[in-house]
Design a binder for this molecule. Structure first.
Ligand SMILES: Cc1cc2nc3c(=O)[nH]c(=O)nc-3n(C[C@H](O)[C@H](O)[C@H](O)COP(=O)(O)O)c2cc1C
Length: 193
């Protein structure tokens, strides 16, 4: 009997701490602070980030490279490839890398660039600690997710990773994508109010 009471108390403690980490219904839990960190070159990933904000109430944090990428496709491909191969961490706006120190849950989004995340995220990863954070990756892509979501998760050592989401860039504004995003976030416990 004693053992059962101990188990009950353990479950109650775990239940309260989980509620606190993902949405908080327990009266004692501090409100969960949510950030939605993203890079977007042509707007698709930004649109997805804004949908996430609409449902979770998180704060948008855009990663803006100090030296903007060209709007000319061939040029951005050439620079992106150069940066990826050279493991370059391009400086972000004003030489400052946004901090996630004050957040509990961090959505992290990127376009798929060469089967992984875009290089401005490498700068963000290098400048932050993810220990104890809940990390949720998202991306948009041209033809496939590739390793983008997995690589974002791998770049956040010490974090608890939750299920990510990817959408084709050209479909992201369509109603069916909105429904998929809603379902994904519902499944993570972020019910639409
Ligand atoms: C430099 C570069 C590399 C890309 N590499 C891939 C790729 O490997 N696989 C893929 O499916 N899409 C690739 N794409 C397409 C983008 O992932 C897609 O257009 C995305 O929705 C763009 O997001 P954004 O509007 O937020 O920048 C690439 C695009 C660029 C500019």
């Amino acid at each position: 009997m004693k053992l059962n009471i101990k188990r009950f108390l353990l479950c109650a403690v775990i239940g309260v701490s989980l509620a606190g980490s993902l949405g908080a219904t327990a009266a004692e839990a501090a409100p969960t602070k949510i950030a939605i960190v993203y890079f977007s070159q042509t707007g698709n990933t930004r649109y997805l980030a804004e949908m996430i904000k609409a449902q979770t109430g998180g704060e948008l944090i855009e990663l803006i490279p100090q030296d903007a990428y060209s709007q000319e496709y061939r040029e951005v491909v050439a620079r992106g490839k150069r940066e990826l191969e050279g493991k370059v961490k391009p400086p972000l706006k004003d030489g400052k890398t946004p901090s996630i120190e004050n957040y509990d849950v961090v959505f992290i989004g990127s376009p798929n660039w060469f089967n992984t995340y875009a290089t401005p995220l490498a700068t963000f990863f290098a400048g932050n600690s993810f220990k104890g954070k809940v990390v949720i990756p998202f991306c948009t892509y041209g033809s496939r997710v590739g390793n983008t979501l997995v690589d974002i998760t791998k770049a956040c050592p010490g974090a608890v990773a939750k299920e990510g989401f990817g959408a084709p860039g050209k479909e992201v504004k369509e109603a069916q994508s909105k429904a998929k995003v809603q379902k994904w976030l519902d499944g993570l416990g972020f019910k639409k109010q």
